[in-house]
Design a protein around this ligand. Structure first.
Ligand SMILES: C[S@@+](CC[C@H](N)C(=O)[O-])C[C@H]1O[C@@H](n2cnc3c(N)ncnc32)[C@H](O)[C@@H]1O
Ligand code: SF4
Ligand code: SF4
Length: 404
């Protein structure tokens, strides 16, 4: 999280009563990868038409003001009119944050589109979330594309160089833990943290129905070991996050950063072996709306679609206050009557914002736990080169890209 991002998510939304905060828009069903763990492979295989620009325009015009647009797909960089779509949401909906995930196969397009967004949407943050699953062939195997590792590396290097020092471009890495990369997560996090000026690194537990069987192998115990071992990187990222702050504000921001991650990771670990109450309401369907590439909509990514936007004239008010969504929110339930729990980070994090008392208490506790697990990490050039040798990275390619 960047400074600005934190203020938008935890400042504006916190304490507000529940209202639409985030739209998750799957901008295309097309993809140029074949990831083994992809939860969206079956949906993409249906090869339905993508929502048209005109349908997305109606969505934007009816949604009112909301803070965060989470893009997804398919691969967002394959949607040619994406820059215009983002500018439309900025103008109509006053979004403060865009989250753009990418597989990193189109480095120049990513740079061009972020630059354009920064120029035309100057007050909003853009989180560029690069999917990066491990070293060399492990990444390529998981993503199903030979050479993907060096392309993703080129994308990361170019983003780092082009937007260094721009606090509104948040450089996140997202790694999905599977049977392929489980043994190298810690090394990979250390290498990324040491070699790049990244803002954050999320490690995801693979969820949902995956393209290949047997890739999800985490248990609560193994996930907790990986998460605990990652604590020093989160402490490192927290320092990057607070570097321009001072005094009380710095201390609070650091604690909130660490506590939020720890709280999220604790809740997630408890839900790996089976659904377990989060200790707060999930606000899916009240504060979030997911729109699939063909217009089906859902309360969250893991529940079934409950309608098609086209059947509501693409009118978000009709959808959010319609009978289908009311029934869905009842089915998810609240308080003692809640009965739907999962490991999804986006919803755990966004629900925390709407459960402020729990969030503040758990964040203080979580921050202490994270600090206890902290220890120095070796990111000297010698240590990083040793990792590059251990994982047999091609030094000529690393030089060509400009990393060493
Ligand atoms: C569905 S992809 C869409 C964006 C883009 N195609 C990409 O891969 O970055 C969004 C994010 O979900 C992650 N993801 C894919 N399958 C997953 C799964 N089964 N569990 C958790 N995350 C997953 C991807 O690695 C990516 O970071
Ligand atoms: S995770 Fe992203 S890049 Fe991989 S297949 Fe799914 S949509 Fe495509
Ligand atoms: S707990 Fe998970 S699956 Fe259930 S409604 Fe919330 S985000 Fe969806």
């Amino acid at each position: 999280m960047s400074n600005d991002q934190q203020s938008s998510s935890f400042g504006k939304a916190r304490m507000d009563k529940r209202k639409l905060e985030s739209i998750f828009l799957f901008v295309t069903g097309k993809c140029n990868s074949k990831c083994a763990m992809c939860f969206y492979a079956n949906d993409m295989a249906k090869k339905e038409n993508d929502l048209t620009f005109d349908e997305i325009r109606k969505i934007s015009e009816s949604a009112g003001h909301f803070n965060r647009l989470w893009l997804s797909g398919g691969e967002p960089t394959l949607r040619e009119d994406l820059p215009e779509i983002l500018e439309m949401f900025y103008k109509n909906n006053h979004i403060t944050d865009v989250n753009m995930p990418t597989n990193g196969l189109k480095p120049d397009r990513v740079i061009e589109w972020i630059s354009r967004f920064r120029k035309n949407c100057p007050d909003a943050n853009i989180v560029i979330s690069l999917s990066f699953d491990g070293f060399g062939e492990v990444h390529d195997r998981q993503r199903g594309v030979p050479g993907n590792f060096y392309k993703a590396l080129e994308t990361l290097h170019k983003i780092d160089a082009a937007f260094n020092g721009d606090p509104k471009v948040i450089k996140n890495i997202s790694t999905v833990i599977t049977k392929f990369n489980i043994d190298q997560i810690n090394d990979f996090m250390r290498w990324i943290f040491g070699r790049f000026n990244t803002s954050s690194h999320i490690i995801e537990a693979a969820r949902g129905e995956t393209r290949e069987d047997g890739v999800k192998i985490l248990t609560e115990a193994t996930l907790r070991i990986i998460q605990d071992a990652a604590s020093p990187y989160y402490c490192g990222y927290a320092e990057r996050f607070v570097k321009d702050m001072s005094g009380f504000k710095k201390m609070m921001a650091r604690n909130m950063y660490l506590g939020t991650y720890r709280n999220f990771y604790n809740i997630r670990a408890k839900n790996i072996d089976g659904p377990t109450p989060w200790g707060m309401d999930c606000t899916a369907g009240e504060t979030t709306l997911v729109i699939d590439y063909d217009g089906r909509f859902r309360a969250c990514e893991l529940r079934e679609p409950i309608g098609k936007v086209q059947d509501y004239d693409c009118d978000i008010q009709k959808i959010m206050f319609g009978d289908a969504m009311k029934k869905e929110i009842e089915a998810i339930g609240h308080g003692a009557k809640a009965n739907c729990w999962c490991t999804h980070g986006c919803w755990i994090m966004s629900s925390m914002v709407f459960n402020p008392v729990k969030m503040i208490f758990n964040s203080m506790k979580g921050s202490k736990e994270m600090k206890k697990l902290n220890h120095p990490i070796d990111i000297s050039d010698t240590a990083l080169r040793a990792l590059e040798e251990k994982y047999q990275l091609d030094s000529n390619k690393l030089k060509e890209i400009g990393i060493i």
